[in-house]
Write a protein that binds this ligand. Structure first.
Ligand code: GLN
Length: 631
């Protein structure tokens, strides 16, 4: 049995926190300011409900992030009553179909009391599923679909919504069953109009049972949070409802959830909500949180007096009304800069650097963040269209995109593909977490190259530039490689010095995956790449405590590595791995020392070349680091 609520680690941490949490304090203030309210009367038309204690008062907020804040009588059980209605209607939509349910129940506010006999005079359809007539009609459809298993189906479904097994309060159930003549009358009227197509008694029985499900204020808050998360329970990860059902239910809670107070409620509070005669109120801020209150005394509309007051205060006091949304400034583009501002960690020969230099700004790097909903896509699209006149490659880094809703991902697909059709290359980086699958039969990731790391996307952009702009003569450079290390950092050496050096060096071949250097090895060899590609890989511990293997640099033909340990005579600090088959010229320390004795001038020239090489690498690294600080 899932019982995530009682056993929630996060809650235990929260209890153990030494510092005051302002949300918790806010709940405390709300509780204190309304616990003295004495208005309202505990419902007594169902005799068993009259036993409730009028002083009971609890408030809970459950967030879409899976956190709970609570104060007062939040663990005390009471019956769900009418708060079952949105969920039962959702279950009917899920079990039957939207069209079928539309043929049984309307979705118009009735402007009447919860127990009004509010049926369309011609069709006999209840006005909406949030009043008794509509709720009994919805229960009847579930009952008809599976007469024997309906109660168990209901309890399993509520278990998914609340994250724990719920039971029926038999006393309240029996009490209402014995006295619920008005509801019985509604049931028979529905039967008269064929909204209920068989004996209404089993449907009424199911309705009385669903109203008598025992919940706590916490349960209601979790159920509300599930509605806030498009039907996904943020505490259990379960998905009892689909987003399209949730949208319909929330709309109905907005227009009809508070009975004939619904219009005033939406005007004053602006939050979809549902109340029950046992004293519960459940309110939902879509995408954000669920609120639940419990306080039995009711006003004339049958809504909890303190519950209404708490929601009103939250709406006004901390701006929770749906109609008071903070405007979305242009926050989707986290950073956007030219390609010359950021190079890949593939070290390049002078010749490649020369080719790349005048063309780097044909690349644009855009870091996108937040939710790519309609508003987000609009901002991104306007930036992409503006930039695509001036660039040939767009790198879109999606690491900080938290969500790409299905409804808007289609627009993203279309925008990216149309830019590609206009001849701009798009490279996606760090899109892996996102479900970038469109509703059409293809998805952008089929057409557009996606890279796991930003660095690989940067490298791919450089390779594209090289493939477009590299003169043919240079293109051969990475093929077989020269016989003598005459390129790269040894270029300034005289031919004689290079010849003497080459005599001391040996050629060593590697296959892809070979460790050329291992962390901790003695640093007694210097490598000059003849062909292939070699990565320095390091395990980096990030702020979130995870360890990632990351590449610090990649070396291709003409470049040297291993020089720091070689010069400083210190052990290796990182692994170097061949990522393709390749060859290196290797200078061993003993040969270097022999050369120092026989030809000190060669060694001086070599050390000079190494110093320049290290200096160039250091300078590029510092520039990149400094640039990053400014973004
Ligand atoms: N069981 C109650 C009834 O039908 C539910 C009404 C309510 O909570 N408003 O009367």
């Amino acid at each position: 049995m899932p019982d995530h609520l009682r056993d929630d680690d996060r809650l235990r941490h929260q209890d153990a926190d030494r510092h005051a949490n302002v949300i918790q304090e806010l709940l405390g203030e709300l509780h204190a300011s309304f616990s003295g309210v004495r208005e309202g009367r505990v419902a007594d038309y169902i005799p068993e409900l009259a036993k409730a204690c009028p002083d009971d008062f609890g408030i809970v907020i459950a967030t879409s992030g899976g956190r709970i804040y609570e104060i007062g009588d939040t663990r005390k059980e009471f019956t769900i009553q009418s708060i079952s209605k949105p969920f039962i209607y959702a279950l009917a939509l899920k079990t039957l179909s939207f069209d079928f349910m539309a043929s049984k129940i309307d979705v118009e506010p009735s402007g009447e009391a919860f127990n009004a006999i509010s049926l369309d005079p011609d069709s006999g359809k209840p006005r909406n599923p949030m009043i008794n007539a509509g709720a009994i009609a919805a229960s009847a459809q579930i009952c008809d679909a599976d007469p024997g298993g309906a109660v168990e189906l209901l309890l399993e479904y509520f278990e998914e919504l609340a994250g724990r097994r719920l039971t029926i309060n038999e006393d309240v159930y029996r009490s209402e069953k014995e006295t619920g003549h008005r509801n019985r009358a509604i049931g028979h009227l529905l039967r008269n109009f064929n909204i209920i197509e068989s004996d209404p008694e089993p449907a009424l029985d199911l309705y009385f049972q669903q109203c008598a499900i025992s919940v706590t204020c916490r349960d209601l808050a979790v159920m509300a949070a599930t509605l806030a998360c498009q039907g996904r329970n943020p505490f259990t990860g379960g998905h009892p409802l689909s987003y399209d059902i949730t949208v319909r239910v929330l709309a109905l809670m907005g227009t009809c959830g508070m009975y004939d107070f619904a219009g005033q409620w939406l005007h004053d509070v602006g939050i979809p909500a549902k109340s029950g005669v046992a004293g519960g109120v459940m309110a939902v801020i879509p995408g954000r949180l669920g609120i639940a209150t419990y306080s039995p005394p009711l006003d004339n509309f049958g809504n909890s007096v303190r519950g209404v007051a708490v929601c009103r205060q939250l709406s006004v006091g901390v701006g929770l009304s749906l109609f008071n949304q903070y405007y979305q400034a242009d926050a989707t583009i986290r950073r956007s800069y030219q390609g010359s501002q950021r190079k890949s960690r593939r070290w390049r020969s002078d010749r490649e650097l020369e080719v790349l230099a005048p063309h780097r700004d044909e690349v644009r790097i855009i870091h996108v963040q937040g939710v790519l909903d309609f508003g987000g896509i609009e901002q991104l699209a306007s930036e992409l269209v503006r930039l695509s006149n001036d660039v040939r490659i767009l790198i879109l880094d999606l690491a900080h995109v938290t969500e790409c809703p299905m409804e808007s991902s289609d627009l993203l697909d279309r925008q990216l593909c149309s830019i590609e059709d206009d001849g701009v290359e798009i490279l996606l980086s760090r899109a892996g977490r996102l479900p970038l699958v469109s509703k059409t039969d293809w998805s952008i990731t089929d057409r557009i190259d996606a890279y796991e790391h930003l660095d690989s996307a940067l490298e791919a952009a450089e390779e594209l530039l090289l493939s477009w702009y590299r003169p043919q003569a240079v293109a051969g450079g990475s093929g077989g490689g020269p016989d003598l290390p005459e390129q790269g950092f040894l270029a300034p050496l005289s031919e004689e010095h290079r010849r003497l050096l080459a005599e001391c060096m040996v050629r060593r071949a590697f296959v892809a995956g070979d460790f050329v250097i291992r962390r901790g090895d003695p640093g007694d060899e210097l490598f000059l790449v003849r062909s292939g590609s070699f990565d320095i890989a390091l395990d980096i511990k990030t702020g979130d405590g995870h360890c990632h293997s990351t590449r610090l640099a990649t070396f291709g033909p003409g470049l040297c590595f291993g020089e720091i340990g070689f010069v400083a005579q210190t052990p290796r600090t990182a692994d170097i791995i061949a990522t393709q088959p390749g060859e290196c010229w290797v200078l061993h320390r003993s040969d270097f020392e022999a050369l120092s004795a026989s030809h000190p001038d060669v060694v001086i020239a070599l050390l000079k070349a190494l110093t320049c090489d290290i200096g160039a690498k250091l300078s590029q690294t510092s520039v990149q680091l400094t640039l990053m600080e400014h973004y």
